[in-house]
Ligand binder design. Structure first.
Ligand SMILES: O=C[C@H](O)[C@H](O)COP(=O)(O)O
Ligand SMILES: C=C(OP(=O)(O)O)C(=O)O
Ligand SMILES: [Mn+2]
Length: 457
């Protein structure tokens, strides 16, 4: 994208029009002038992603909508500045690449790989405040806004953090681009992605067997004269919740070729369950940018509201533009999803349907830790696939919170983590994530579901 000298944005532009609408879940920035100054700096910063990459992802998502590809989207609930390290980034990437191999092998469909990475620094919260004893302070809203430490100083929203969010996103994206194009993501490295992870995990062993099978297939193709060097790079996109509209607006750019506005902070942005109000600022902003976008749908999403979201966000009915990420909870998904899918189908719209099996299944353990049961996560995914199978529609993929680290945040899985283990490595800055083994377990179990009910004949 060519960047020309910026004129002040018009009132009715994508970068400005949302200001006339109520914006939910925005920090109470104590110093408006400081916010304006940082946002001003960001309006002249280079874009993190390019419009052509966003268009490419929109085409990939169109394949998901048509049932010709599967989406794998995952990463931390909340990225942190402290964990913007090579190890942490590589660990998440390796985990996603491994999961993608498992899913590709099972479905024989391309897997569109999208990290919750390089921008996932802001969090909506159930409560604006947190109380500890007598002391009440603003809730932690992600590293983009304030610190986790429970002091008035740390919890004060600081606009300089938006600048740091941009820099950490750029650092992360730089490493992702290097790793995915520089040989690390080469399919001929399929064994290497398992290294550094828990050696004795059943999922790891199962993965190793699959990797051997892939090796043999590659050797066979090579022997037949196929140039397997083509498999040397992986296509990988980044995504985050488009929550902080001052930040997103500051990074909005117009493509001089096609005249459309793009959020250039990430390829795909989603609108959260708490900010999808039809009359709110988030829907206004996202209706005006051309990126592929997603909307979370929780158990209270009314079918009529979903249809209105479709009209606002995808008025041209462009496959790949809109993804509905359903996070109803394991006990609700089978009841709620059919009506939503049927209504959208009756409208003749082609959207991507994706399951987020995490956010409807959060519980508090006796120890006080926020956690999720692996079985509930799996059950929601199963319900999601069953509903689509019954309706003859495509279960487009999954959106999960995970890390490559060996954390103990969700209970269950192959190497069963017990509620009493949670304290051992509970490191999330917000919601509990699947660890590496649990992530692979989920990929294998989802692969089985897809194999039982192939989408394409
Ligand atoms: O990630 C999602 C939300 O930000 C998170 O679930 C909110 O958590 P809270 O209920 O602790 O505020
Ligand atoms: C905030 C999140 O989810 P939801 O909006 O679905 O609650 C999230 O994905 O971290
Ligand atoms: Mn979360």
């Amino acid at each position: 994208m060519k960047i020309s000298k910026r004129e002040p944005e018009a009132k009715n532009s994508a970068a400005e029009s949302w200001r006339d609408f109520p914006a939910a879940q925005q920090p109470d920035w104590p110093d408006e002038a400081e916010l304006r100054a940082v946002a001003g700096e960001l309006t002249t910063a280079p874009p993190l992603v390019f419009s052509a990459e966003c268009d490419l992802l929109r085409r990939r998502m169109a394949a998901v909508a048509r049932g010709e590809a599967v989406l794998l989207q995952g990463g931390d609930c909340a990225e942190t500045f402290a964990r913007t390290t090579a190890d942490a980034i590589r660990g998440k990437l390796k985990t996603l690449l491994q999961m993608a191999v498992v899913l590709t092998h099972a479905t024989a469909l391309p897997v569109v790989k999208v990290g919750r990475m390089a921008g996932q620094y802001a969090k909506p919260r159930s409560s604006p405040e947190e109380r500890r004893g007598e002391l009440v302070l603003p809730s932690h809203r992600g590293d983009a806004v304030n610190g986790t430490e429970f002091t008035a100083e740390a919890r004060r929203p600081d606009p300089k953090r938006l600048r740091k969010m941009y820099e950490s996103s750029a650092t992360t994206l730089n490493l992702i681009r290097a790793l995915t194009t520089g040989g690390f993501a080469d399919l001929r490295q399929v064994h290497a992605w398992n290294q550094g992870f828990v050696a004795d995990s059943q999922a790891g062993e199962r993965y190793e067997r699959l990797a051997q099978e892939i090796d043999r297939s590659l050797a066979f193709m090579h022997a037949c004269g196929v140039d397997t060097r083509e498999l040397g790079t992986a296509e990988f996109f980044v995504s985050h919740e488009g929550l902080l509209l001052d930040y997103e607006a500051a990074l909005t750019r117009t493509d001089p070729e096609n005249g459309r506005s793009y959020a250039t902070s990430g390829h795909l942005l989603w609108i959260g369950e708490r900010t999808r109000d039809l009359d709110g600022a988030h829907i206004e902003y996202f209706s005006r940018v051309a990126n592929p976008i997603a909307v979370k749908l929780g158990p209270t999403a009314a079918p009529d509201d979903v249809m209105r979201l479709l009209d606002r966000l995808d008025p041209n009915r462009e496959p790949g533009r809109l993804t509905f990420v359903v996070r109803a909870g394991a006990d609700r998904i089978r009841d709620l999803l059919p009506t939503l899918v049927e209504k959208v189908n009756a409208e003749g719209a082609l959207v991507c349907w994706v399951s987020d099996p995490m956010h409807g299944n959060t519980i508090t353990a006796a120890s006080g830790h926020k956690t999720r049961r692996f079985d509930a996560i799996l059950d929601e995914v199963r319900g999601f696939v069953e509903v689509h199978q019954a309706l003859g529609t495509h279960p487009g993929g999954i959106h999960v919170e995970l890390t490559g680290d060996d954390v103990t945040e969700c209970v269950g899985g192959g190497n069963a983590i017990l509620p009493e283990d949670l304290h051992q490595r509970y490191e999330t800055a917000c919601d509990p994530r699947l660890n590496h083994t649990q992530s692979l377990d989920l990929a294998f179990l989802l692969a089985e579901r897809y194999r039982e009910h192939p989408t394409r004949s």
